[in-house]
Design a protein around this ligand. Sequence first.
Ligand code: B16
Ligand code: MG
Length: 216
Amino acid sequence: MPSIQACLFDLDGVIVDTAQFHYIAWREMAQDLGFDLTREENERLKGISRMESLEIVLSIGGVELSEDEKIHRATVKNTRYLELCMQMTSDDALPGVREFLDELKQNQIPSGLGSASKNAKVILERIDMLHYFDTIVDGTRITKGKPDPQVFLMGASDLKVAPEHCAVFEDAVAGIQSANAAGMFSVGIGEPSVLTEADIVVPGFEGFGLAQLENA
Ligand code: B16
Ligand code: MG
């Protein structure tokens, strides 16, 4: 593996677990439209943009809506999602991630966020972690969602580091594909049986540090 000069992080599922709030909010919308959304079905929404997620949920229920109604439903879902996110505190960062970001800072390795979410900055502020990131590439900046490499290539460009010297930390299959397409070293956070395309997979950041990354 080439030496790592920058690290890029997905948000949901890597820094903080907001998938549970996305699930509650999408499920409430589904139930309001007369069908249910299972946890397994919710897995398909990870790393996917809000409007693409809406299309998937509607297709699960076999529901068709006008464009205006779709925008309305997505807005209501997002308001509910943010209301749920406001319950979070700085204790809600996933275990070990703050320590790893501290280690990167101590070693002058810049960090960037690469998220599909349009709420990324609000959520990072909420858990008091915005200051860790030298650049934020989020759903307000990208025009192509994961698995397109755009989100991570923009991050690398902002940090002025060549893609082959970047490591990406991702929990979603689409995100790992995005990192691989960008020519970066992909670290899956989760299950090896799910993240089969990742260069390495770890269960989380507890006990993980630069030494493990360099020796991978
Ligand atoms: P928003 P990530 C993604 O975040 C979530 O995994 C995905 O479920 C969500 O639909 C997407 O953000 C858009 O989020 O509605 O807040 O703009 O994993 O790319 O950090
Ligand atoms: Mg994610």
